[in-house]
Design a protein around this ligand. Structure first.
Ligand code: GMT
Length: 374
């Protein structure tokens, strides 16, 4: 099949999922065309079945805001037509679903049929999408999609309740390639970060307010007062400056490593003992799943799709949003009991195996077949 994938190429779960999906499809012999404004950061790999088309936007001085959606729609028309694509799969509704719909309609007028699938990832529904400045366009373009998927049951429920969508939505969960996590290699040396055998907590995110990284620091502060511990922060974003300020106030900076953006978090995940994700909302929590594939228990909130990934008391623990005390007590419980830590690690890995790409890829391929045959 010839598939066009549209996604955000930047650091973020939806781009990771779209890129890894494209790579896996290409390995199975499908021809996959990525269409976006820069090369997806996890692509870094070439195969005869993978192609990348850059969307460039005119910077004509009249434009205070670049008309990316129009440029993307035009590029989609071009790629579908000349590469003879069978299907478009767009990740993240804004503005990808409406650009795909525009391209579909333009092509229809030229006698070309191109179905498109929209995969909703989370904030396109729960945060940005519900903003009244986007709502009518999003609702319409989701409903006009030939198929709609969400990455969790929770996001499906949110999509129905927020947008009153009048069409079936299929849940296809996010995935990892479990075999990538077994051989972490020589880079996994924890001595540099924890020279005296301290326990290591890790958090990976895009440092947006919704991630509540300040709660990570507050939990760590309490833990560190009880036992020797270190914290590794991976990622960057709008909250990073506030987080650095908070660590100075809490006097914990000496025990925190802020590593910034890392293309492949596996390289650092492998040195930590526990992953923490105290998000306000989280449609799935791919970062937590990646940590679990690395045999790490997860301390998270119980919001959104997190309970579908992190099983309370089995793979880690969940707390209410903002309940720093509970997250701290759960972390301490794990760190003070080596047997519990070992059990949770093994359980986390077994849970992650359920989300291996070998189980998820066939669901997408089946959907592609049904959508193109409809
Ligand atoms: O987490 C983010 O803010 C980035 C966002 C994205 O679109 O890249 O992540 C969302 O999609 C991921 C992949 O499906 C999910 O694992 C994340 O849970 C989801 N983020 C939120 O819902 C906040």
């Amino acid at each position: 099949m010839k598939i066009g994938i549209v996604c955000y190429p930047t650091f973020g779960g939806s781009g990771v999922v779209a890129t890894e999906l494209g790579k896996a499809l290409a390995q199975k012999g499908h021809k996959v065309h990525f269409i976006t404004y820069s090369q997806p950061f996890r692509l870094g790999y070439f195969s005869e079945n993978l192609f990348y088309h850059e969307v460039s936007v005119s910077n004509y001085p009249l434009f205070e805001y670049q008309p990316y959606e129009s440029a993307l729609a035009s590029k989609l028309v071009d790629v579908v037509k000349y590469e003879k694509l069978d299907l478009l799969h767009v990740h993240y509704a804004i503005p990808h679903a409406s650009a795909a719909l525009m391209a579909k309609n333009i092509l229809k007028a030229q006698g070309i049929t191109i179905p498109f699938i929209t995969t909703l990832h989370g904030t396109d529904i729960t945060l940005v999408g519900r903003d009244p400045s986007f709502e009518p366009v999003i609702k319409y373009s989701i409903e006009e999609s030939d198929a709609i998927t969400t990455v969790s049951e929770s996001l499906k429920k949110d999509t129905y309740s927020i947008f009153k969508i009048n069409k079936p939505i299929e849940v296809i969960p996010n995935f990892i390639n479990i075999s990538d996590y077994s051989n972490t290699g020589a880079k996994c040396q924890r001595n540099y970060y924890a020279p005296n055998g301290e326990k290591i907590m890790i958090h990976v995110s895009n440092f947006r307010a919704v991630k509540r990284v300040d709660d990570v620091l507050r939990v760590f502060d309490k833990v560190r007062k009880k036992i020797p511990a270190k914290l590794i922060l991976v990622g960057d974003g709008p909250e990073r400056a506030n987080i650095e300020k908070l660590c100075r106030e809490l006097n914990t900076c000496n025990d925190i490593f802020s590593l910034g953006k890392i293309v492949d978090p596996k390289e650092v995940l492998c040195i930590a003992d526990l992953f923490i994700l105290p998000s306000e909302t989280e449609s799935f929590g791919l970062a937590a799943l990646e940590a679990m594939a690395m045999k790490m228990p997860v301390i998270s909130t119980n919001t959104g799709g997190l309970p579908e990934v992190n099983i309370h008391g089995v793979t880690g623990y969940m707390s209410n949003v903002g309940d720093v005390e509970d997250m701290y007590l759960n972390t301490l419980k794990i760190f003070e009991n080596e047997q519990l830590l070992a059990t949770l690690k093994e359980n986390a890995f077994q849970q992650a195996e359920k989300f291996d790409i070998t189980h998820i890829l066939p669901l997408y391929e089946d959907l592609y077949l049904r959508t193109t045959r409809a």
